[in-house]
Write a protein that binds this ligand. Structure first.
Ligand code: 5GP
Ligand code: ZN
Length: 114
């Protein structure tokens, strides 16, 4: 997607602070972090949102959780806890139409929607 900011970050066309990269997943720091740790776990494949994912993407979506888990363990976040969020659709707060999972940690998170 030529006009997708996350595709451009993944392609190295605009800068990103990468913390993990493999052939399917890229993780970089959020430009406007809401917590001391705020990572964006992003598939290289352009999928606009969870709504546009298909069963063919099942392994890829599962891998996003695996990468999140491994990063949380590496960064010592398991004890304090961390939150994984996938905003889907404008009404839910999605602003970048390239599927991504937020990994947020490092401050007390008392606020809950559920
Ligand atoms: P959403 O609201 O779609 O769930 O999350 C999009 C996130 O992307 C926001 O937290 C926002 O701060 C972040 N973001 C937007 N543009 C950029 C950018 O150019 N670089 C980085 N690293 N993060 C961005
Ligand atoms: Zn994209």
């Amino acid at each position: 997607m030529t006009d997708c900011i996350f595709c451009k970050i993944i392609a190295g066309e605009i800068p990103g602070q990468f913390v993990y990269r493999d052939d399917e997943i890229v993780v970089f720091r959020d430009i406007n972090p809401t917590a001391p740790v705020h990572l964006l776990i992003t598939p290289r494949k352009h999928i606009a949102s969870n709504t546009e994912a298909t069963s063919a993407d099942e392994a890829l979506l599962g891998k996003m959780f695996t990468v999140a888990r491994n990063l949380a363990t590496e960064q010592g976040l398991n004890t304090s806890g961390y939150r994984l969020i996938i905003n889907t659709g404008a009404g839910a707060g999605q602003t970048v139409l390239h599927l991504h999972m937020h990994l947020i940690a490092g401050k007390p998170m008392g606020e809950r929607l559920l």
